[in-house]
Design a protein around this ligand. Sequence first.
Ligand code: TRP
Ligand code: ZN
Length: 858
Amino acid sequence: MSDARLNPEAPPSPEHALVRRQDYRPPDWWVSDVALDVDLDPAATRVRSVLKVERNGSHDRTIRLSGDGLRPLAVTVDGQEARWTMEGGDLVVAVSGNTAEIATEVVIAPAENSQLIGLYASGGLLCTQCEAEGFRRITFHPDRPDVLSVYRVRMTADKVRYPVLLANGNPVASGDLEGGRHWTEWHDPFPKPSYLFAMVAGDLEVLRDTFTTMNGREVELGIWVRAKDLPKTHHAMASLKQAMAWDEQVYGREYDLDRFNIVAVDDFNFGAMENKGLNIFNSRYVLADTETATDADFDAIAGVVAHEYFHNWSGNRVTCRDWFQLSLKEGFTVFRDQSFSADIGSEAVKRIDDVRLLRAVQFPEDSGPLAHPVRPDSYLEIGNFYTATIYNKGAELIRMMRTMMGAEAFRRGTDLYFDRHDGEAATCDDFVAAMEEASGLDLGQFKLWYEQAGTPQVAARVEPEDGGVTLHLSQSVPPTPDQPVKQPMVVPLRTRLIDVDGSGGEERLIVLDRAEHSVRIDGASDSALLSINRGFSAPVALTVERRPGELESLATSDDDPFARYEALQELAYRVLVGGGAPDPLVEAIGATLRSNALDSAFKGEALTLPSEAMVAERFDRADPDAIHATREALRRAIGTALGNELAEAQAATSTGSDLSPQAKGVRRLRTIALSLLSAGDPDRGAALAKAQYDQADNMTDRQGALAVLSMLDAPSREEAFADFYRRYREDSLVIDKWFALQASAPRSDALDMVEALRGHADFTMKNPNRLRALAGGLAANHWRFHSPDGRGYQMLADFVIEADSINPQVAARLVPPLGRWRRLEQGRSSLMKAELERIVAAPGLSKDTFEQASKSLA
Ligand code: TRP
Ligand code: ZN
């Protein structure tokens, strides 16, 4: 074969090459059709592919088909032996005409694929994960999102081991073969990029249902799982149908194929994947019943099912031109799933939870060495850019545009965007252009949000003047890697001046778009309270100059639930960062608990103190021991002062099978109250926690009680953990909770426990959920992870290095906690840095982990 090679001297493509947004060029060749013939076997799967290619424009360039770990067994062009060469992993083929059929054949080994990208084995199934660049591990293909093709797939497999054969689109034919094998052929009529390709083979059972679309078409729905899991699929199915109806009502988007299938797999790198007509899910986002899943799990399932379903329009029908546009689909789709969850649950609580996540994950990312714009400029490994910035900050950008233009113009904008770009690969600029046209707004300066990394710092101050007040605003955007100097952003601030009696001015939208800006507000009294960035209308870090007593008043009277929650948080920071006395906060929390006007869910949010990690973010150089001690002292003060109110909240119960927002709120408040109460009176807390654990008829109460026990030194703690393990040892998703709870327990022996669990028979690095439960639990344990002797850092680095040889994508995502080294006091700082250096020096390190660790050192 080598004499047929073209340019055998060509150097392999450099392995750690930076990919730049500015280098984007349209593809040299289109691929109109892909025909795959896949003979499935865990040890040796034969993949034959026929690509119909067409030259794009007039040029004489070869066609480059990306490959990762593939060896071509045969390559033909229009049935003739081809002239080809390998460059790195890629297959480069010479084609003389303007169109051709390129056929290739490879053999791959899914059972050996521990990266879980491409075709791999999970719990007896064979399944695929192709986003972002996994299709090239299955067959040679351009494998870039701006090349859209119609796919036809013939799957052949052993009928006993793999009775169910699924792929995108519709099944068109099937049959039996000799030797106990069978085949099914699938056809997907919608042209799609290769990252949306999917295939699943296995012994699966299905929960079926139907959905009738707004135009009266009946869609067959299926959720495919292993037989034992079938009873746990009903919530996911109900969520799917709700999401389908919601996308019709709110965005006018109808489903397009005749079937929609979801498959749950146990080994999965992320949450789920929106493959056209065949979503593949991490089983933790499908399977639930009240015995084994918490309310938070139920909510997460609804949110992720909706997210992946919504991608059918925001991602699949309109896809991304290149991976720098990732937020085009992810930011928009997160915004859509957030809105959906707000509509089916409590809007206020959903917003508070989303902002808490943004601040806990995205703000630190944006202020650290891995900061990047919502539309990045370069990457080594695209798998590292599935970040909170792309997803959650990206969603905030969509939300701000909607806030500025109003709901109706926003809907006209999304209609225009979907109509104009249906069937295309689009850019973030295309999205903004549709929004501008539909609203008449000039979003030129707003687009800086896509370009500039870093969280804008905004300061606000009110100055009384006769007959009104003046609101003085200023902003600055901190420097981030490769972006030393920033321009002022467009910051939409929903603002209201509230008179002390609760009356007062209307809410107005103030758009800060300069470095400094003063707004005169007539008719406001000089004692009015400043309620600003209501609903968290802009993802900024806001500092407000407060008059004495102003926060206390806002904490009990602001009519915007988010702003009210915010006032309580700021009161807590005064204690935790400013060293203030706890009394004002304790009083405000007491008033919140006793209020008849507030629901339990909101009370639960109000009682949730800033985490130690969030408190650390407010220091230039944090001392984790001091932060832990101060926060524990505050919890003790609250628990002691409000013991009776907390006990009353803890005593309130709701039936485990009741999943209404009200019932969930009661349970949420219950465990938070238990936790504070235990801080004030550990003996009483331990007794109540043990009772809550034993009497629980649902996982929310049981896990909540166990989490409280994990902090205490009562004999019932060990009893409960042993009982929990015995009860659920067959249920891997619950055992993940058991690992995570112990790893993240704020107790002095936590690192010993992590070490012991590392050797537990149920621990494996091959399952990403299990690895994240233990290693992620350790990193989330702020106080112990930052043990002053550096042992926590060393353990995390050990996890990273060992996991990297199995699953680089998941290993790389464990690195960022070490990248906070500049923000810790000197001793810890140098220990963290040393561990990052050890990771970078590890032999055979993947590109994924190399990028994260080396950037973290900068
Ligand atoms: N597109 C998926 C989502 O957000 C994310 C995803 C799932 C993913 N699996 C992946 C991204 C593997 C990269 C690699 O819904
Ligand atoms: Zn997504």
